[in-house]
Design a protein around this ligand. Structure first.
Ligand code: PXP
Length: 238
């Protein structure tokens, strides 16, 4: 299993004061040097953390993979088509939310996302859809023409009682198998940390996890490269 590192919250700290530090691009380079398989950032409509300069600079300096998370809006899609990330991940986006709150409403918006996916696949850019771990959602995602699904692990990460944790793991396992059967690459993310990650690592279809908040928080104490190494070591040990 690979580790993609989301560097949004380095930019969140920068934006708390404005100015130029800490630089999320610096964090991304350190994450790559420590073994991350890719860098993820979410260019939000309100630019609350990473901004246009960041995604362009990341595109220039990264040597692994740039996964640009985004809402399928005309403005952000135009930027993405210009900078050509290695992977585009469509996520739902609301102004009021503190973070992405769940998977796409793919059952209602399947044809809308099919068009959005095609805008990128026509240009040879791979697309991932961030979806709830439900077979109906996976099937709808597959029909849009995307090649990757990222399973939302937020309900698993937020579960406290063991029975709830187990129920969410059953959902994630079933969704992973369904996605694999449809020929999709399976990744997962949201709310993952050093405590809840091992059970996700043991789902064989999941090839990559996308981790931001907890890893950047850990990096405050141990440094960026050590934080990435700690997550990689846990993945290998699990
Ligand atoms: N995957 C997606 C699609 C996300 O929107 C986010 C949050 O930006 C993450 C993964 C990472 O979540 P976290 O910051 O909780 O690790």
């Amino acid at each position: 299993m690979n580790l993609a590192v989301n560097i949004d919250h380095v930019a969140t700290v920068r934006e708390a004061r404005g100015g130029i530090e800490p630089d999320p691009v610096h964090a991304a380079v350190l994450a790559e040097l420590a073994g991350a398989s890719g860098i993820v950032c979410h260019l939000r409509e309100d630019r609350r953390h990473v901004n246009d300069r960041d995604v362009r600079a990341l595109r220039d300096v990264l040597t692994t993979k740039l996964d640009l998370e985004m809402a399928a809006t005309a403005e952000i899609m135009a930027i993405a088509l210009e900078i050509e990330p290695d992977l585009v991940t469509f996520v739902p986006e609301k102004r009021q939310e503190r973070t992405t709150e769940g998977g796409l409403d793919i059952l209602t918006l399947e044809s809308f996302y099919a068009d959005a996916v095609q805008s990128f696949t026509d240009r040879g850019i791979e697309v991932s859809l961030f979806v709830e771990p439900e077979e109906t959602h996976i099937a709808a995602a597959a029909r849009t023409g995307c090649t990757v699904v990222e399973l939302h692990t937020g309900l698993y990460a937020n579960a406290r009682r063991q029975a709830d944790i187990d129920r969410q793991l059953v959902r994630l396992r079933a969704a992973s198998e369904a996605a694999e059967d449809l020929g999709l690459v399976v990744t997962a993310g949201h709310g993952l940390n050093l405590r809840n990650l091992p059970a996700i690592v043991r789902i064989p279809q999941i090839t990559e996890v996308s981790i931001g908040h907890a890893l950047i928080g850990h990096a405050l104490f141990v440094g960026m490269q050590q934080a990435v190494r700690d997550y990689l070591q846990l993945i290998r040990a699990s």
